[in-house]
Design a protein around this ligand. Sequence first.
Ligand code: KIV
Length: 263
Amino acid sequence: MDVIKIMKMKGKEKIVMITAYDAPSARIAWEAGVDIILVGDSLGNNVLGYKDTIPVTMEEMLIHVSAVRRGAEEAFIVADMPFLSYQVSESEAIKNAGLFLKSGANAVKLEGGGEFAELIRKLVASGIPVMGHLGLTPQSVNVFGGYKVQGKTEGSRKKLIEDAIALEEAGVFSIVLEMVVEEVAREITEKVKVPTIGIGAGRYCDGQVLVWHDVLGLNPEFSPRFVKKYADLYRISLEAVRTYKEEVKEGKFPGVENVFRKK
Ligand code: KIV
């Protein structure tokens, strides 16, 4: 997979993206045949125990990007630029995005609209493919005042469309639309030539992305409308670890088949 192939999928084949944060999950995602693995900054709330994505650092992201690359050597990997890794200055942004490519990513994703068009142009000119991200952009949760569905008002619809066009003109190869009302996501998808990848943005995007822990049911308290849980790994893991504990307490594990003997 590469950016050209991803762009050519628009209108022909739905694009499937899933997040992964470590080598074993990357391996599963690759074997399952997903088109893109996103090392999202949702690493913060799903893996590192932060309450949102704001605290996530470049150093943390780089460790997980390299791990994902080791787990899926051939996969197309997008690395999320964490909060303040690209907003402070263009030179810092280019350096940070470059570090992701050096660590194994094929492209970077950054949140924001037309205000980042110039930066995106420079990244692309430097050889760094960029995926845009519009709608509910979690790094701006403090500005939005919560995780709210976007595109409900005429002003918000207009701004989303303008931003999508600005990102396309700046050279992104695709745009994530997060928590956008279906009608507006559809309009954007029809207006831009690059693929849109939705999460909570309805049925008409060119592709879909979900978070690893949500797909597998690892976050029992989190079940928003846009998530479909394809397994209940929290319950399965809990039962497995409880059984292990009980078997050790009861002297059932290790059994004879688990021990080493002289002969
Ligand atoms: O960080 C992330 O997981 C994301 C997806 C929700 C698109 O940005």
